[in-house]
Design a protein around this ligand. Structure first.
Ligand SMILES: NC(=O)c1ccc[n+]([C@@H]2O[C@H](COP(=O)([O-])OP(=O)(O)OC[C@H]3O[C@@H](n4cnc5c(N)ncnc54)[C@H](OP(=O)(O)O)[C@@H]3O)[C@@H](O)[C@H]2O)c1
Length: 290
């Protein structure tokens, strides 16, 4: 049995679908009251569990052979990862644990809270005695689908300086996860998952502009201005501060490494941003209000 946490989210929902396409026995953990994604077949076992409720995790992991640990961005996200790992230990079955962290885990933890949390989670996993694999994806292409305001105003304002980032498609992350969960020989590896190229935000704005048929111009915000904008847009302070920290890494060129690990795991090259934008053209154009 492969147990998938974070199963209703962007990556997790595709991990569930991909595992079922390979005929795996899959249990998807879903918070009570959350909607089950439409694409899952009837063979997916859906079970209620919450990262904050160890008893629910014990029940959900009891017969696990492998566990995909994917937690949401949250002030307690390191504790959430630890709770799943501890439940995996308590099964006594030594399930394989595949932790979805983020690129830079273990390297850039200092001063970047999201990476620090994943680094702590990785520390718990390393100390757990369980066989582990870490997937460390860079920023997701799909984040740009949420930037409706940029597409409406033609202004992509982010605190990313002039740094390039090897953003990756979440579908490639999910396919890599399925390959690791169903394949052999991945124990004790950290796979950094990136797109095929590092793009500056000026280049990304250019692609988005061509896709929606309006110019979109990148404006490099100072960190304090970006923080003020996020707070006034209603972001929770912990999350907004964390985003500014992460974009500081991007601005410094710390997320520009390009790897071939998507291709090595999935057997196909990582999807390029241009193809992603073209595939999502209708959604992106709808964001412009035209
Ligand atoms: N965005 C990026 O660019 C990026 C890049 C690299 C790595 N990451 C990492 O990827 C992860 C996020 O992946 P994603 O975007 O696929 O996630 P997502 O779409 O935000 O989904 C989060 C999932 O976690 C579940 N969840 C939230 N709180 C829970 C709780 N208390 N108990 C049980 N389940 C809970 C959600 O369930 P509900 O449906 O019930 O809410 C949902 O299934 C984070 O760890 C982040 O650090 C993100």
């Amino acid at each position: 049995m492969i147990v998938v946490t974070g199963a209703t989210g962007t990556v997790g929902s595709d991990v569930v679908t991909g595992l079922r396409a390979r005929g795996a026995d899959v249990r998807a953990l879903v918070r009570a009251g959350s909607a089950v994604p439409a694409g899952w077949d009837a063979e997916v076992e859906v079970m209620a569990a919450d990262f904050t409720d160890p008893a629910s995790l014990d029940k959900a992991l009891a017969d696990a052979d492998a566990v995909y640990v994917l937690v949401a961005v949250h002030p307690e996200m390191d504790a959430h990862e630890r709770n799943v790992i501890e439940a995996a230990v308590r099964t006594g079955r030594q399930p394989r644990v595949v932790l979805q962290a983020a690129a830079g885990v273990g390297e850039h933890g200092e001063g970047i809270r999201f990476l620090a949390a994943h680094t702590a989670g990785f520390g718990y996993l390393g100390a757990s005695g369980l066989p582990w694999t870490v997937l460390a994806p860079n920023g997701f292409f799909q984040n740009f689908l949420g930037m409706a305001e940029s597409l409406r105003t033609g202004r992509l304002a982010l605190p990313g300086g002039a740094g390039a980032v090897s953003y990756v498609d979440t579908r490639d992350v999910a396919e890599a996860a399925v390959a690791v969960l169903t394949g052999d020989g991945h124990e004790y590896s950290i796979y950094t998952l990136t797109g095929p190229a590092a793009l500056t935000h000026t280049e990304i704005a250019g692609v988005l502009g061509e896709t929606v048929g309006h110019p979109v111009t990148y404006e490099a915000l100072e960190p304090q201005a970006a923080l003020a904008a996020m707070l006034s847009a209603g972001w929770a302070p912990w999350r907004a501060e964390g985003m500014v920290e992460l974009y500081g890494l991007y601005a410094a060129g710390g997320a520009a490494e390009v790897t071939d690990e998507v291709e090595r795991l999935t057997g196909h090259p990582a999807r390029p941003f241009t193809a992603f934008a073209a595939e999502h053209a209708a959604t992106l154009r709808a964001r412009t209000g035209d």
